[in-house]
Ligand binder design. Structure first.
Ligand SMILES: [Zn+2]
Length: 337
């Protein structure tokens, strides 16, 4: 039997914070007890307006209200008295976290802690799991390939120590959390990334998200890992691709070269008569798949480069080399569309 706070303030559900304030002020002036002496109806309405404003003016409590709405009791039950102290402060000093075994209190309970006159009035409320949180880290390509650990400050939503999560202290709105029941705490966390992690992958740290409410379990922390690009090694799936420059004599006569891989240098043979662009594969020298734990391959393509320094002797050698080609290499290619 909750109340429709939006209807009480005469605003729609998507009204801005400013407009809610305006609507509240207008109505509060109209129904203020000083303006309506002895008018019980106006006083009741005035309290309702204040109650609605208290909830909707705080973005955190408004979000909770929007989520859990006016169902499951809310603050409108019998005996509800937002501003009176008739029932004493006993009810609001309950540590909700300790009641988890009993099912805890209703989700709205932490919000309205400052209002209710006795927890027993409100019945048993459900424990709520803390929200999942997400942070992002950036690692070097090399760190991603080998696995690394990063320590960074993470902001977590934790239960307010001032009010124990109830949002209220001595029957008033808690000054430390402003009635939300939770505060932001910064904790240093060490995050390990597994060998071979892929750019954009998320690591889940169970229970490291926001703390639960009313004895509910905490949410999870998701760490999104972004991997910096490498100027030489390019990852495609679990394979690593590189381009290796070779000289014309190496391509023509064949050679033994050293190919750099993420697992270190590997000796490899260039067969005689190798063309530019030919791709060679080094099995198992690629990135590790974090699920199968199998390594991909290293694929390198060779690129024949021309000497940087041109000389008359080189030009002579090039002229003589033309004779060794069997005709025009572009013979038979389309001349255009
Ligand atoms: Zn508090």
């Amino acid at each position: 039997m909750g109340k429709d706070y939006y209807r009480i303030l005469g605003v729609s559900r998507d009204t801005s914070k400013d407009d809610i304030k305006k609507a509240y002020r207008k109505l509060a002036r109209k129904f203020h007890p000083d303006v309506n002496p002895g008018n019980a109806e106006a006083e009741r309405h005035f309290k309702e307006i204040q109650e609605a404003y208290t909830v909707l003016s705080d973005s955190d409590s408004r979000r909770k209200y929007d989520t859990f709405g006016t169902t499951e009791g809310g603050p409108g039950g019998p005996g509800f008295n937002p501003f009176g102290g008739s029932r004493g402060p006993g009810g609001v000093q309950v540590d909700f976290g300790d009641l988890g075994g009993m099912g805890g209190f209703q989700d709205l309970g932490d919000l309205f802690g400052q209002f209710f006159g006795g927890a027993q009035q409100r019945g048993v409320q459900t424990a709520r799991r803390g929200e999942d949180q997400e942070v992002q880290i950036e690692v070097d390509f090399e760190e991603a390939m080998r696995g690394t650990s990063v320590t960074l400050p993470v902001q977590r939503k934790v239960r307010c120590g001032g009010c124990g999560g109830s949002g209220a202290k001595k029957s008033r709105r808690c000054g430390e959390c402003h009635g939300a029941g939770s505060v932001i705490s910064t904790e240093r966390m060490r995050i390990r990334t597994p060998e071979g992690i892929v750019d954009g992958r998320k690591i889940r740290l169970a229970g490291k998200g926001a703390e639960g409410m009313n004895g509910g379990p905490p949410g999870d922390l998701f760490v999104r890992v972004s991997v910096r690009e490498h100027h030489f090694f390019k990852r495609e799936g679990d394979d690593i691709h590189t381009t290796i420059p070779i000289t014309f004599p190496e391509a023509y006569r064949g050679a033994e070269i050293v190919v750099g891989t993420i697992h270190g240098p590997v000796r490899a043979k260039v067969p005689p008569g190798t063309n530019s662009g030919r791709i060679f594969r080094l099995r198992g020298k690629g990135a590790r798949n974090t699920k199968t734990r199998v390594h991909g391959d290293h694929l390198y393509s060779v690129e024949i480069i021309v000497p940087k320094v041109l000389s008359p002797a080189g030009e002579e050698a090039a002229k003589r080399f033309v004779d060794f080609y069997a005709g025009d290499p572009r013979e038979g290619l389309p001349k255009g569309l």
